[in-house]
Design a binder for this molecule. Structure first.
Ligand code: ADP
Ligand code: GN1
Ligand code: MG
Length: 359
């Protein structure tokens, strides 16, 4: 075992000693492919768990993060007991001292129930499956609709604020810390040319009501069980007050492209319109009267905004030297930015058709 691995195992042992369970025979495997935290599966003879090291550089409000998740889980459980929430609610375990997370050295950790026989998908394969995905994420938001937004902490300020993200891009361009600007100047210019769209987003955002939203509704933040049926919404790290269009937009971003988030074969990219139709129809239906007409109109704005905002964030991180999103190859963030900005262009071009599909 190398030093890094040994030190990781030592930290994990220290973390687990704080929980009231016998982990002496636990097997540890790496889980998932998130861009920020490190997540592990613990398998013991009696039960399975998810152990997560929360990236404290990014999630500086770590205690608020796990407290939010705890409050949300409690609320969802109550809704479930009242017959108002159909999905499973994976619980965060409390330490012996009753804490929602634990600090070891400079790192924060938390432990959650692992939902047995569950798995994630990176792609939606059919409109029927998309309908289930949209309904699951809408059920999640509906069940939280009576949780006051003031009770939930803001975990990352201005997370989906387009003005803030454009300002960050502007600073990254001005600094050009890694001398990378020349190779992506055209993409940068394209982003700054979208001021008309940006103004529209700013305008509509002011008129929309706040909900407790998930803010990272990627398809791989939904657990599925046999028959590819959604069984639980996971990754509550960025749950905080937000807009429904953001959650809808991230679903579209990760379900409606035929290519992966970092695939640069942009000439081969297309939008899966049948999937989009299933998403928007079922999302709106699941809300019933709990969504306003303006919120319904905003869903298509969200579908354009999420690829754009995440594309600009990848581009900013590329210019800054890949400090935020984990990368696994040279120019990985640039590739992600190219792909997401192309997706933004495709969604924008398809807008008249998308509006019809939403009727
Ligand atoms: P990240 O912040 O790294 O995206 P997630 O909370 O999404 O972390 O977890 C990473 C992966 O771990 C998920 O994609 C899923 O495969 C698995 N996972 C997370 N929570 C659970 C759970 N409660 N039960 C089963 N698997 C889970
Ligand atoms: C990050 O960690 P992960 O993969 O769930 C990011 C999201 C992005 C996503 C892009 C806190 O989510 O905002 O949409 O990558 N999370 C944070 O795939 O920045
Ligand atoms: Mg995740």
């Amino acid at each position: 075992m190398d030093n890094k691995k040994a030190s990781l195992h030592k930290d994990i042992d220290t973390v687990l000693n704080n929980y009231d369970f016998n982990f002496s025979k636990a097997e540890i495997d790496v889980l998932g492919n998130g861009h920020i935290n490190n997540t592990y599966k613990l398998t013991t003879p009696k039960a399975e768990f998810v152990l997560q090291q929360i990236n404290h550089d990014i999630f500086t409000k770590t205690i608020e993060l796990s407290t939010n998740a705890h409050k949300i889980n409690q609320h969802l459980l109550q809704q479930k007991n009242n017959g108002n929430y159909p999905l499973v609610v994976p619980q965060q375990l409390l330490t012996k001292a009753g804490e929602t997370c634990i600090k070891i050295g400079t790192n924060y950790w938390r432990l959650m129930e692992f939902i047995s026989n569950s798995y994630t998908l990176e792609e939606v394969e059919s409109p029927e499956q998309a309908a289930l995905v949209a309904t699951a994420f809408a059920n999640f938001s509906c069940a939280l609709s009576d949780l006051p937004t003031n009770d939930i902490a803001v975990i990352i300020e201005d997370f989906h604020n387009i003005s803030f993200r454009m300002q960050q891009l502007k600073e990254a361009v001005a600094n050009d810390l890694q001398d990378r600007l020349a190779d992506c100047q055209a993409l940068v210019n394209f982003c700054f040319d979208q001021q008309g769209f940006i103004n529209h987003v700013i305008d509509i955002s002011k008129k929309l009501p706040l909900h407790v939203t998930h803010n990272d509704t990627k398809i791989n933040n939904l657990l599925f069980t046999s028959g590819d049926k959604p069984c639980a919404v996971i990754d509550l790290d960025t749950c905080m007050p937000g807009l429904l269009m953001h959650d809808f937009g991230d679903m579209v971003r990760t379900c409606c492209s035929n290519l992966a988030e970092d695939d640069t074969s942009t000439d081969k990219m297309f939008l899966k319109l049948d999937i989009f139709e299933a998403l928007i129809q079922n999302y709106q239906n699941a809300f019933g009267d709990n969504i306003t007409p303006l919120e319904k109109d905003s869903l298509i704005v969200g579908a354009k905004l999420l690829p754009f905002i995440i594309g600009t964030r990848f581009l900013t991180d590329h210019l800054n030297g890949d400090n935020y999103f984990q990368v696994s190859r040279i120019n990985h963030n640039l590739d992600r930015a190219i792909s997401q900005i192309q997706l933004f262009s495709l969604v924008s071009e398809a807008e008249p058709e998308l509006v019809k599909l939403a009727q």
